[in-house]
Design a protein around this ligand. Structure first.
Ligand code: PCA
Length: 201
């Protein structure tokens, strides 16, 4: 059986919760579509998130790494196409606010996801779940972890595929904010299960 390392994030900024945290916790240990799921939660800090992800990668030697993050305000499940070598944005959970800084000064400008992002979007669409490829993961901690994983795999070689999926807010989160769309948590989780199943096709 193959292994998929599935990561989510703790809450950040003014969000009281992060739906990716409960999704990875409930899928941890499950078998989905020929994969054992190792679900782990990362801190929303530029300093630790990438390091913790790489430590989980070393520990579990997964065949696939799928990282999840909340994109509050998005209306669809959005597999990210590309991670860029920039960190910038709002304060992280350490209060750290990088400005226009590279993630790896010697790294490539960008790396493409090596997940089957088009197939994932099609699989979700067939099940009536709105999804689209996104062409920007932003410059905050989500882009940071996507870039860090792809940069490391690029340097190591090998066959592990990796990438990032942003998901909309859960209904619970949206009801606090009132300006962002919210999905039932069960549907967000089903979408992640379908994404893992689509790896096998
Ligand atoms: N979303 C943020 C970081 C953590 C998360 O869930 C982002 O899009 O960068």
């Amino acid at each position: 059986m193959k292994t998929v390392l599935l990561t989510g994030f703790e809450s950040f900024l003014d969000h009281s919760l992060n739906p990716t945290e409960s999704i990875v916790q409930s899928l941890d240990g499950q078998q989905i579509g020929g994969y054992n799921v190792v679900g782990r939660v990362l801190p929303v800090t530029f300093e630790q998130a990438g390091e913790e992800l790489l430590a989980y990668y070393e520990e579990h030697q997964p065949d696939v790494v799928i990282s999840l993050g909340l994109a509050a305000g998005r209306h669809k499940i959005t597999p990210e196409r590309i991670a860029i070598n920039v960190q910038d944005g709002a304060p992280d959970n350490n209060g750290h606010t990088p400005v226009d800084a590279p993630i790896h000064p010697e790294g490539n400008d960008a790396y493409f996801s090596t997940l089957p992002i088009r197939r994932m979007v099609e699989t979700l669409g067939e099940q009536g779940i709105p999804a689209d490829v996104s062409n920007t993961a932003g410059t905050y901690v989500c882009n940071h972890v996507m870039y860090t994983m792809l940069h490391t795999l690029h340097q190591k070689g090998g066959h592990t595929r990796a990438g990032f999926i942003h998901i909309p807010a859960s209904f619970e989160l949206a009801s606090e904010n009132k300006k962002i769309p919210g999905w039932p948590l069960a549907m967000l989780q089903e979408a992640v299960q379908l994404i893992i199943q689509s790896l096998e096709e």
